[in-house]
Design a binder for this molecule. Sequence first.
Ligand SMILES: Cc1cc2nc3c(=O)[nH]c(=O)nc-3n(C[C@H](O)[C@H](O)[C@H](O)COP(=O)(O)OP(=O)(O)OC[C@H]3O[C@@H](n4cnc5c(N)ncnc54)[C@H](O)[C@@H]3O)c2cc1C
Length: 304
Amino acid sequence: MNRDVITDLKGSVKGKIRFKERLSGHTSFRICGPADIWVETRDIKDLAKILLFAKRHNTRVFVVGGGTNILAGDSGFKGMVIHLGSPIFKKVDIKGTLLKVGAGFNVSRLVRLCCEKGLEGLESLIGIPGSVGGAVFMNAGGSANPVFKNIGDHIVSLKVMDYSGKAKILKKKDLRFGYRRSNLSSYVILEATLRLKKQKSFVLNSRCANFLSMKRNKQSLDMPSAGCVFKNPKDSQFSCGQMIDMLGLKGTVSGGAQISEKHANFIVNRDRASSGDVLQLIGIIKKRVLQNYNIPLELEIKII
Ligand SMILES: Cc1cc2nc3c(=O)[nH]c(=O)nc-3n(C[C@H](O)[C@H](O)[C@H](O)COP(=O)(O)OP(=O)(O)OC[C@H]3O[C@@H](n4cnc5c(N)ncnc54)[C@H](O)[C@@H]3O)c2cc1C
């Protein structure tokens, strides 16, 4: 990127801009090379300007929330990574059972707030790291089991911006949520409005405590990771973790990365792993599951 372009960017954007920013500091895996440009937008107008700038200069854009479901390559991201880090994107407003929340708000904090305010629906999201924007994009939730609801089940509308800088409201009828997916890839999510139900706080708190203890028992939380690497296959009697475990792959090491000994669908960064180490383990798992169960696994984490 030449000097004129950098001057143009700095002149038109109010938020923080950094060049060659290491993404390892912005992802839960603690892996990844640098992003050419890292931008923390100040507000919605600023975001529109940044998106227009990227369009004008044909620059690739990636929006990162908490970075808890991402693996970026060792050579980094060639383009611009945008983060909605400013307080403008972290507002919450509750009117009765209607909750409006900014995309930058932390998900677990939101669940705690709902418990305190007596609002039911988000308990299965307790302990999920990351932002509301990331959770909506991923349709994060308890599990593939429909009894445990995902965030998309509660959304009535979203405020979004398309990549040419135009903000709009998407209503429920415009939204498609599935198991860890949504139809939002053409938008930056700015704010979500959710309809929840009334419930007594002590009921919600005890439900959260149960979910948390389930997660602490099952998940590998003592080493950096990006949570479950693969989606559970639809028509299999086994979960991904069960298949990987039955294949004896738990504990397999590649460089500094390891298939977790505790939860086989987690890959952990045990000791300064590279992105290549993680990709190697992903390759091994995919190959062995295909050979033995004839199931092509789909990634849940996003590789950028
Ligand atoms: C220890 C651990 C446990 C986890 N447990 C669970 C679990 O139980 N259930 C579950 O569902 N997930 C789980 N996850 C995965 C992850 O936390 C969720 O997917 C989370 O919702 C991702 O949010 P994020 O803000 O970190 O998104 P990121 O990782 O930053 O981004 C994920 C995707 O969302 C997009 N995105 C982020 N913000 C925006 C935005 N504002 N607008 C448009 N697109 C956006 C990104 O471009 C990317 O494609 C776990 C992860 C870890 C590390």
